[in-house]
Design a protein around this ligand. Structure first.
Ligand SMILES: [Ca+2]
Ligand SMILES: [Ca+2]
Ligand SMILES: [Ca+2]
Length: 204
């Protein structure tokens, strides 16, 4: 028997139980009602939550993108500095910020870095479940300088939208987190960090 993508199976179930709910709002127009996206751990505001090019409805693993990172390449002219997943600080307000993925990138090259891919993963230490996301941040990393990429509410420059139904936010377990960055033609650089158990905390 052919297995259905998880999204289709859930939609069929909801449609069977409640035809009215199945026709409910679908903000990102990906074919999955807003009310069903949390059940799939997908984002109601993103039609391709894991960024792998396959929409949430058809994606057999909608929050686990295959790695887009290529082997080899020229020596990287960039490197990852800090990789934070908790105890974030708002540098402007100098106050605690809600926990989120934050990546500091140094550009040791002579040209601004704009065309690069970020691949990040969360693995739940209790369940062993892994989520993986591909993003192409529109964040310029100046030649000889640095920039910070935030994955959170995504409303400010340098900030990308986080999936609100990710295990990063919904599981209380500790997590192993990886971030891999690659510019076209150059070797990838990777960093890892452990997130303590207790879930993602809001700022005090
Ligand atoms: Ca939707
Ligand atoms: Ca979606
Ligand atoms: Ca996808």
């Amino acid at each position: 028997m052919k297995t259905l993508p998880p999204a289709l199976a859930i939609l069929l179930l909801i449609g069977t139980l409640s035809p009215a709910l199945a026709a409910d709002a679908d903000t990102d127009a990906d074919g999955i009602p807003d009310i069903a996206e949390p059940l799939l751990h997908t984002d109601p505001m993103n039609a391709d939550t894991d960024g792998d090019g396959i929409g949430d409805l058809a994606d057999s693993d909608a929050v686990n993108a295959p790695s887009p990172i290529a082997e080899g390449g020229a020596a990287a002219t960039y490197r990852i500095g800090e990789l934070l997943v908790e105890n974030n600080v708002d540098p402007v307000a100098k106050k605690d910020a809600p926990d989120h993925l934050e990546l500091q990138v140094f550009n040791d090259g002579s040209a601004d870095l704009t065309d690069y891919t970020l691949f990040y993963t969360f693995t739940d230490n209790d369940s062993g479940v892994t989520e993986a996301y591909v993003v192409h941040p529109a964040v310029l990393i100046p030649a000889g300088g640095e920039a910070r990429i935030h994955v959170d509410e995504g409303t400010m420059p340098g900030h990308l939208r986080a999936n609100p139904n990710s295990i990063y936010l919904t599981s209380m377990a500790g997590k192993h987190v990886t971030a891999t960055l690659q510019a076209t033609g150059q070797a990838a650089v990777e960093a890892t960090v452990e997130k303590d158990p207790g879930g993602a905390e809001q700022a005090d």
